[in-house]
Design a protein around this ligand. Sequence first.
Ligand code: TIU
Length: 227
Amino acid sequence: MAMALISAQPYDYPLPSDTGIALLIIDMQRDFLEPGGFGDALGNDVGRLQAIVPTVQKLQTAFRHYGRLVLQTVEGHRPDLSDCPPAKQKRGNAALKIGDPGPMGRILVLGEPGNSIIPELAPLPEETVIEKPGKGAFYNTNLEFLLKTHNISHLIITGVTTEVCVQTTMREANDRGYECLLVEDATESYFPEFKQATLAMVQAQGGIVGWTATADQVLAGLAQRYS
Ligand code: TIU
């Protein structure tokens, strides 16, 4: 069989010959996508992130269908904020700061209504959700251990926001030796120009941080490899 590829930028992304691929969905939680959460409190138009939900859902369904690992993350802190650096808590001119009571519970606190993944992308009971205190998903989490346990070498990356948690995570993964592909229409930013700049940065210099492709290109590659 010819080697299966995802048609991608800056060149085709080779799929692993074994099971070593996972879908990583970053921070598709109400805090960032709905009014009254952390993203809103920072002064952002949270509505624009909604556009990617059906696309992320399509990828989630496909990975489940092919029996591949689906991992999600949420950004959040313990109720006592012991894992929230004071610098992070104080930063900015937010209407509501981390830990303050808001319309969806305490802002960016684990277990609060706003901290849950949006219902459209709810994880299955057997799927792992990694709680992360930082922007990157590797910092102070067991993500690397989990990927090693599952023999994962290839990460298909989606979620929000492109230039903050998604890009930080992708760079962390790239430095750890993972083959990372960022899905262009399954990631979004409050700032369209920052999203475009991130995609360009990833692809530049021969894929210095990895690859990008559309969800349809990813789905076509998966169908060719795993059907
Ligand atoms: N503010 C912003 O764009 N993002 C974050 O604070 N976290 C994530 O990107 N998840």
